[in-house]
Design a protein around this ligand. Structure first.
Ligand code: SF4
Length: 191
């Protein structure tokens, strides 16, 4: 008997591939933090690796800051209170806000097939909703916001499933995230 010939469309092949999920590089164990260390999260990496292909992204390295490097933080901008800025702690005159936002645009363009993003909590670049913002005049912690890179990614891709790593560790959130990523992946046009 003649074997049945299998044919796969480009569409089939796309949807048999694992969804691609961006992740802050330090969570994968890359030594990219300002202090030269990592922040590997074994639970997230081992739980999700079965379902997704990780795309490691460190926006601070991406804009050309070295490892190790002086740390940055978010400061309140009185002219645009809804949009904090990212500056070096030791020299607030060095502002990297625009560089981080531009890098986010490049990532959104370079990876049109991303189906999710996991951000490192409380980072001035990668934090999602829980990064401290300091007063530019008194240096007091006045509120929390998203880091510049994460804020721009979520603005550019408002439907993309996103989470910060601390939320993913809470009950059922990782299962919900896998569900959202799989559904998003099934709907994006094949590349
Ligand atoms: S939190 Fe983001 S910017 Fe900071 S080291 Fe990790 S990946 Fe890089």
């Amino acid at each position: 008997m003649q074997a049945k010939k299998m044919t796969h469309t480009k569409h089939d092949l796309h949807h048999r591939r694992k969804p691609r999920v961006g992740i802050s590089s330090c969570l994968l164990g890359h030594y990219v933090r300002y202090d030269g260390k990592d922040k590997r999260n074994d639970f997230i990496v081992s739980r999700l690796s079965e379902y997704v292909e990780f795309i490691a992204i460190c926006p601070e390295v991406g804009i050309g800051l070295g490892v190790p490097r002086a740390p940055i933080h978010l400061i309140d901008d009185p002219d645009t209170p809804e949009k904090p800025g990212a500056v070096f702690i030791h020299d607030p005159c060095i502002d990297v806000t625009q560089s981080l936002a531009t890098y986010a645009k490049q990532i959104a363009q370079n990876y049109p097939d991303l189906s999710g993003f996991i951000f490192k909590s409380r980072s001035p670049s990668c934090g999602l909703y829980n990064t401290p913002v300091f007063s530019s005049t008194t240096t007091q912690h006045i509120k929390n916001s998203s880091g510049i890179f994460a804020s721009e990614i979520t603005r550019l891709l408002p439907r993309l499933p996103t989470e910060n790593e601390e939320n993913l560790l809470e009950t059922n959130n990782i299962e919900n995230f896998i569900h959202d990523v799989t559904r998003y992946h099934s709907k994006i046009p094949f590349i």
